[in-house]
Design a binder for this molecule. Structure first.
Ligand SMILES: Nc1nc2c(ncn2[C@@H]2O[C@H](COP(=O)(O)OP(=O)(O)OP(=O)(O)O)[C@@H](O)[C@H]2O)c(=O)[nH]1
Ligand SMILES: [Zn+2]
Length: 364
């Protein structure tokens, strides 16, 4: 696999094991008295951290504020990072602890910036999250499938599981979207506000896990967060009657604790979700059946529509047999017919295009 930027310039913040881009450097002598916690919010260099041992703080909440120790360097620490802190962990108003270590990340959601000065560079967004909840309204604003595809690509690349939540189903029929995304084997849930429909199923899917909410402005993310986390008080905005667009009414990225355990992280203000840093191999990892077939591809195969001798075409033209999938792939939907295989390959290729496109501007 090609060398890749890990999205952090701190060699001690080793992102995702086994992807082999940077050698592990010598660890500093451990701070034996350090306490572990999760970054829940970042505000101008102040990191809000929920300690694992909540009883350490005076109020028992486990919430402290910390600054990064100089020895941590410039590497970016993001919401969801597991960090170690030393010093004042009383959580008393105005007290500051010192963040001295960032633990290895299990998953990392990133985006490539697409405009402005840093165009083409990647930014880490959230670390260690399990689920990427892609929130899409079936109407007002109209769904934008290319945008959904980008979120899915970002989730697969991050090693996160995508969950598609279709909102505002009181306004339109979700079936066309459900049909489009079925071949990818996604979990899909529908919600509608009146009367509070579908939130229970979302709550269940998120229970005990760390989830990131992503979606275009106005699709109902804040409404969903408010339903999931009583008292979250996320501001909800009106959708402009003329453009059908919302405006991002909420402003900060923060982890909110779910009543039944687990965390939900809204991503307001993350408008574009560039995926130009994603490679075909990153995506294939999320499609074990296709990955197995692609082992027969010629070296350097793009796997795109029309790619010469791409083994995905051969795979899609064959009727599956009972032993078509290796045992490790039991969770993916087993295409029962060649037609279903074709749909699956077609869906995979559709995801592949936006990411590759950005790498090669000559490809249309
Ligand atoms: N009809 C209908 N309207 C909804 C539903 N869910 C949310 N809305 C409305 O859609 C509008 C936008 O909802 P928000 O929750 O503010 O959307 P958002 O995604 O958080 O938007 P930003 O904060 O701009 O990112 C509000 O007027 C909500 O009342 C739904 O299920 N059905
Ligand atoms: Zn191929």
């Amino acid at each position: 696999m090609a060398r890749r930027d890990t999205g952090t310039d701190d060699p001690r913040v080793r992102v995702r094991p086994g992807r082999g881009s940077r050698p592990r450097t010598k660890q500093r002598p451990a701070h034996a008295d350090a306490h572990l916690g999760m970054v829940t919010r970042i505000d101008r260099g102040h990191y809000r951290i929920r300690l694992e041992e909540r009883g350490l703080t005076l109020d028992g909440s486990g919430d402290v504020t910390a600054m990064k120790a100089r020895e941590l360097g410039r590497g970016k620490v993001v919401v969801g990072d597991r960090v170690a802190v030393v010093g004042d962990v009383s959580g008393r108003a105005g007290s500051l602890a010192r963040m001295v270590r960032v633990e290895e990340r299990r998953t990392l959601l990133r985006r490539s910036t697409e405009d402005g000065e840093a165009a083409g560079s990647e930014r880490p967004v959230v670390a260690n999250a399990d689920l990427l909840v892609v929130v899409v309204s079936v109407a007002r604003p109209q769904p934008r499938p290319r945008m959904i595809d980008r979120y899915l690509v970002a989730a697969y690349e991050a090693d996160m599981e995508p969950l598609l939540v279709l909102t505002k189903t009181d306004l339109a029929d979700p079936s066309p979207l459900l049909d489009t995304y079925h071949p990818l084997g996604l979990t899909t849930l529908t919600t509608h506000l009146y009367p509070d429909g579908g939130v229970g199923a979302v709550r269940q899917a998120l229970a005990g896990r760390v989830s990131v909410l992503a979606g275009h402005s106005g699709v109902g993310k804040s409404t969903l967060v408010n339903a999931l986390v009583p008292g979250a008080g996320r501001a909800t905005g009106d959708v402009n009657e003329v453009t059908g667009r919302g405006r991002h009414t909420s402003t900060s990225l923060q982890a909110l604790e779910l009543p039944g355990g687990g965390w939900v992280i809204d991503t307001p203000g993350v408008r574009s979700f560039g995926v130009s840093h994603v490679e075909a191999d990153d995506l294939l990892r999320a499609f074990p059946d296709l990955a197995a077939a692609a082992q027969q591809c010629p070296r350097g195969c793009t796997h795109l529509e029309g790619a010469r001798d791409c083994a995905l075409d051969t795979w899609a033209s064959q009727e599956p047999t009972a032993s078509a999938l290796p045992p490790a792939c039991d969770e993916v939907p087993k295409p029962a017919t060649a037609v279903q295989r074709r749909f699956r390959v077609g869906s995979f290729r559709r995801l592949l295009v936006p990411s590759l496109q950005a790498q090669d501007p000559t490809r249309s």
